[in-house]
Design a protein around this ligand. Structure first.
Ligand code: ADP
Length: 477
């Protein structure tokens, strides 16, 4: 049995802004059959406190970065949670990272230092009778764990997973004492990064092993184009860096049993969902493929490239249904574009059930990201026979088999890829997609291949298990 303390700032189904939540929520279940017992340390945001009921107090910390805190054990949706109930840090109206105006909370450094400190405290003192064999932290919000483990004199190994290197959690050096960090460790060997305190760097330097969510992203991270300034640190830690691709929850994303859609188990069954989706989005009948896109709207996601490339789809009778929220300028640009063309429909917002209906009803799913550590929506697309068209980067490169002549000749293609990540290449790829769609036999083959591709957690759970076991080196109780 391996006991793992997972440390995360979001966890589905309780609280989610992106793929990190899905992964943190799925790992405990995926790892359980392999003999791993994972408990998840999560901030007690208001939404989380509302969902856990009373919980059981297993620890009290008198002063957790400015106020008292309790650690509550609770079970929700099959997850064993250790919730950090610290109202001065987490009980507020607004988002988990951003206030109501969309700005970072000014005390985010303390809020997630507190999460990391609580995790280190639990690793050192145990959660009741339960003692972790290792700590697994996710992204910069858990980056300071090794600093606090060291401060507490705790030897428990630490695995650090990068879900997105774009976020560093850097703050001014003047916060050293507020964050209760050891000033002697404010050096490039630990958490000093160009004169600032960097929680991400602390995690990268202090981890026994580093993983990221695809092999291609693990390689990309070593380059200036993708490392976002951390490429030097990552090159330094290269020997301990591996890529383990994300899976999806194949029970939630199961076209045969999905309660949000008209269930189906062959591509033919998508027709009724497509009809319903067109009706829901007010799209007319058309000859070309109905493409869907579900995403945070940020520069990363290449939405601007798609706006430029759209004529290549529309000229061939194709359509776009898009669901997303984020950057206000992108939201406006999309709504304006939709207002000028009947074959484009845009919903601004966050809607899980609608995302299921879109994946079920779409012919193709677009993921034109500039960088994409793993990406999940292309995996949903594969599972639902919704052909992914993706940029050739990160996890998108690792999970989709491009319909190249070679791949089609041996019948293994599952989607389309484009490179370089630019609007011209995307236009050309949309043209190729329309060509394939116009050949029903070829298209049906793509869909069948897509639906057969394994996208669950089985293989990746084994990789995590092997990584944990390698660190414990026979020391598992
Ligand atoms: P990222 O973590 O960068 O946002 P991923 O593709 O890894 O990208 O994960 C995004 C997750 O959030 C997916 O589960 C996706 O379906 C979901 N998602 C993103 N935007 C929306 C939205 N507007 N409505 C519903 N689900 C969304």
């Amino acid at each position: 049995m391996i006991r793992i303390l997972s440390v995360t700032s979001e966890c589905a189904p309780l609280v989610k802004t992106g793929g990190l939540a899905d992964v943190a929520g799925a790992l405990p279940t995926a790892l359980a059959p392999l003999g791993c017992e994972m408990r998840t340390v999560l901030p007690g945001y208001r939404a989380v406190m509302d969902q856990i009921g009373k919980g059981k107090v297993i620890a009290k910390i008198d002063d957790l970065f400015g106020g008292p805190a309790r650690i509550l054990a609770a079970q929700v949706a099959g997850l064993d949670l250790l919730v950090v109930d610290a109202p001065h840090l987490y009980d507020r109206t607004g988002g988990i990272y951003l206030d109501a105006e969309g700005h970072d909370w000014p005390d985010n450094a303390e809020r997630f230092a507190a999460l990391s400190y609580a995790a280190a405290y639990l690793a050192q003192h145990g959660a009741g009778a339960w003692q972790a064999d290792l700590v697994h932290g996710h992204d910069w919000q858990a980056g300071l764990v090794p600093e606090y483990l060291s401060a507490l004199g705790c030897q428990t190994p630490f695995v650090f997973t990068i879900h997105n290197i774009a976020f560093h959690g850097n703050v001014d050096a003047a916060r050293l004492s507020a964050l209760r960090l050891d000033p002697w460790r404010f050096t490039p060997d630990h958490f000093e990064f160009w004169g600032q305190i960097s929680a991400l760097k602390a995690g990268l330097m202090g981890a026994d092993k580093i993983t990221t969510v695809s092999q291609t992203y693990a390689e990309e991270l070593l380059t200036p184009a993708f490392g976002m300034g951390m490429e030097g640190v990552l090159r330094h830690r290269k020997a301990d860096l591996t890529g383990i691709v994300n899976g999806i929850d194949t029970a939630i994303w199961n076209p045969a049993t999905d309660a949000a859609i008209k269930p189906f188990s062959t591509p033919k069954g998508k027709a009724a969902n497509k009809k319903a989706l067109r009706a829901e989005f007010g799209l007319p009948a058309a000859d070309g493929p109905l493409c869907v896109l579900i995403s945070r709207l940020t520069d990363q996601k290449g939405i601007d490239l798609l706006l430029q490339a759209l004529p290549a789809l529309l000229d061939r009778g194709g359509q776009l249904a898009l669901l997303g929220s984020g950057d206000p300028a992108l939201e406006v640009a999309l709504l304006q574009r939709a207002a000028t063309d009947d074959n484009i429909a845009v919903r601004i917002g966050y809607d899980e059930a609608l995302s299921h209906r879109m994946i079920a009803g779409g012919d193709a799913i677009l993921v034109p990201s500039r960088f994409e550590p793993c990406g999940l929506t292309q995996l949903y697309g594969l599972r639902y026979g919704t052909v992914p068209l993706v940029s050739l980067t990160g996890g998108l490169a690792d999970t989709v088999i491009n319909a190249s002549p070679a791949a089609r000749a041996v019948g293994v293609a599952t989607g389309g890829q484009f490179y370089p990540v630019a609007s011209d290449a995307l236009s050309a790829a949309l043209g190729r997609l329309c060509d394939l769609y116009a050949r029903p036999k070829d298209w049906a083959r793509l869909q069948r291949n897509a639906m057969q591709q394994p996208v669950g957690w089985d293989a990746s759970a084994q990789d995590y298990h092997a990584l944990y076991a390698s660190l414990l080196n026979g020391a598992v109780r």
